[in-house]
Write a protein that binds this ligand. Sequence first.
Ligand code: BES
Ligand code: MN
Ligand code: ZN
Length: 466
Amino acid sequence: MPSGSPSDALDLLKLGPADLAECEAFLEDVEHSGSAGTVHTLPRPARRPSRLLFAGIGDGEEAGWRAAGAALARSARSETSLRVLVPRDTAPEAVRGLAEGLWLASYRFRLNDAEPDPLRRVTVVLPATEEIEAALDQARAVVTATLLARDLTNMPSDRKTPAWFARQVVKAAAGVPGLTVEVREPAYLAAQGFNAILAVGRGAAQERGPRLVELSYRPRGAKRHIVLVGKGITFDTGGVCIKPVSGMKLMRKDMGGAAAVIGATLAAAAMRLPVRVTALAPLAENALGDDSMRPGDVITHYGGITSEILNTDAEGRLVLGDAMAYAVRRLRPDVMVDLATLTGAQGVALGKRTAALYSHSDSLAGALAEAAAASGESVWRMPLNEDYAAELDGDLADIVNSTDIGAGSLLAALYLREFTGTLRENWAHFDMSSPAWSDSNDGELTKGATGWGVRTLTRWLETTAA
Ligand code: BES
Ligand code: MN
Ligand code: ZN
């Protein structure tokens, strides 16, 4: 129960004046500050309900309610049911925040569908107005998509092959109006010149071979077309330039960008947003095998740009380069945004929770940053520093895929920029290496995959569609 107006909520609980006095005394006693996400529990032995939780909503904005929802879900973890009472005058945005917080924080990854959680039933008591229903629908769409992204990213890579990932997309899109999926296999990729995706996937066994998934949402009457591209490395050993164990053990998360762009497109479809969205997920396992690409190899990207492989561990920009060149030439979108767990350097610069955002467009970067803030995800805009662009020049090829001058996240962004063609000014790139994963339960995040980017992209699609 949020602390906003306890008497209103208590009214709904049908508690008498004595209970109300008890609650007020309790809140005074514990000095409940009401700050967002703090919860105080009043035990009521031998009475119903057996516990009352009081959650702070801070300033009462959406973020405060999201924090309250997450804190309530977590505090009620071991209960069998939770009833959340919301004051009658609560704004729809607040309800969206509350619902997102409750649902996102209740997530747990299950490898096998066996063990159910104790907390099975969460009831939110609120007025059933049209606006509140709409806010709950939005929350449901974005949470469902985020949890799918978390599921995909948490899945161990022995099961998570590119073909497996593609099957999950086909399943998720089945029967949703406006959605179609195409899954391209290696023979198609070879015929069309997706040589970088193929080169990255070449170290893996055939049944773990690369795929290119194109999920398309085409509502009637849409004017704008947005392409979202997500890095889909189902496991990153580093290849011949193999990673040390410490850097490798979590590399099943290296398809978090692909999971997020798929999720956001599913959310757009669930919300029936009037904007055309295409998600591209270039999928490959960067494995070590007899036929792995080698440092010094030269590959030709889709569209003709050649690249000298100086480090086989800089594989994300390779698969993205092919997919982005394809998007620009064949899909001709108005805007292209890519998401990738691209560099360790990103986390060094910005820490565990904040993604790096690169774009030449102030308005696009501004809109994306605003969407991130509203949705509860954190981004920081970084410069596309031209001084470094010449570092990409190759001896044997147009560009090199790695340098050793530092500024790793920037150089990866500059590499991707080579594939934006006519869309250079209408392109944005998120390096979300560190926020894709959380080491602990924290607010609405749960330990493991966070589904980072689904919320930001979906909010942004909501505003561009409006
Ligand atoms: N998938 C990694 C980046 C990464 C590191 C993501 C840590 C999440 C956490 C990427 O493919 C990679 O290995 N990048 C290299 C690039 C370098 C070789 C230029 C890196 O960051 O070291
Ligand atoms: Mn790598
Ligand atoms: Zn990688």
